[in-house]
Design a protein around this ligand. Structure first.
Ligand code: F6R
Length: 244
């Protein structure tokens, strides 16, 4: 694992955008996986600016969103559909047919999960996976559990995730309790992973994920077994790393 520790949020976003830019220019047909949430917002802004300036070209790239809430429509302001389009995808030159996001309104959740995995497989898997990390160590919406769920699946969100995400909703009761997420197999089969974390709320999760035992109770800890992970963390998120 390579760890880049940044001094400021600007540096955090620029370093992450440099890594993504390098990936897209070395393989314009990159299939990338992308999270929602607060962490990658600055990265997406930076990539949009670079794309508008002609410095990065997404025209041949493909994006798979990592997850979607169950029961909220694509035009709901907190859906992954809405987030990904409004914060990133509609501002770059990616083709609409190369954008994939699970359907959280499906009546057939199992079928939706299976066809999402089949679609990822039909693209040869993910080349480059961008991840955030939950305060409880989740990646995508793979929540702490007794086993690592391998395929895309329905997940019941933990109370800690609902509490953390309540800040995006008017009322905590509005936070969906279920989501579809890609599974750990998709994550582990990604050729490269970029894990991003900033802020004090991620310090404990980062230490557990990177320095303690690999356990499905801390889903991000599986990344210790991945062969190509780059971590970008600010000083706060990285403050317990290497300290025992
Ligand atoms: C969401 C996702 C999650 C988030 C994590 C951190 O698509 O993949 O794992 O990355 O919950 O969220 P923020 O960035 O809001 O702290």
């Amino acid at each position: 694992m390579r760890i880049i520790i940044t001094d400021s949020i600007e540096e955090f976003n620029i370093k992450a955008a440099d890594i993504v830019s390098q990936q897209i220019s070395s393989n314009p047909r990159t299939v990338f996986g992308a999270p929602t949430g607060e962490t990658p917002l600055g990265l997406y802004r930076e990539l949009v600016d670079r794309c508008k300036a002609g410095a990065i070209d997404f025209s041949q790239a493909t994006c798979f969103s990592l997850d979607e809430y169950i029961g909220i429509s694509p035009d709901h302001s907190q859906s992954s559909h809405y987030y990904m389009h409004n914060n990133f995808l509609k501002h770059i030159n990616i083709s609409e047919e190369n954008i994939f996001i699970p359907n959280g309104m499906t009546q057939d959740i199992f079928g939706e999960c299976r066809s999402y995995d089949n679609m990822i497989d039909s693209y040869g898997g993910i080349d480059f996976l961008i991840l955030g990390i939950g305060q409880n160590g989740h990646i995508g919406f793979n929540e702490p559990a007794d086993t690592f769920p391998s395929s895309s699946h329905l997940v019941e969100l933990k109370e800690s995730t609902i509490n953390a995400n309540a800040r995006f909703f008017e009322n905590k009761l509005d936070v969906p309790r279920y989501a579809i997420t890609v599974g750990v197999k998709t994550i582990m089969q990604a050729k490269k992973v970029l894990l991003m974390a900033h802020g004090n709320s991620k310090t404990a999760a980062m230490q557990k994920a990177l320095e303690e035992d690999v356990t499905p109770q801390v889903p991000a800890s599986i990344l210790q077994y991945h062969h190509d992970v780059t971590i970008i963390a600010d000083k706060a998120a990285a403050s317990r790393l290497g300290k025992e």
